[in-house]
Write a protein that binds this ligand. Structure first.
Ligand SMILES: [Ca+2]
Length: 56
């Protein structure tokens, strides 16, 4: 795997080191459903990553 040794972002549900639109939408939904499981700063971080092309 290309991401050996790196940490997978919580929003990156398929662990491909890229946060795409469906993953961002799903992450926001998780935050809305449970703000303790996913925090607002984590959502903002994921959105910033997605906005910058998705790679992290
Ligand atoms: Ca992904």
């Amino acid at each position: 795997m290309p991401n050996e040794g790196s940490q997978i972002h919580k929003a990156d549900t398929n662990s491909d080191n890229l946060i795409d639109m469906p993953e961002l939408m799903a992450f926001i939904a998780r935050w809305k459903a449970n703000a303790t499981e996913v925090s607002k700063p984590e959502v903002e971080e994921a959105r910033a990553i997605w906005f910058g092309g998705g790679g992290y």
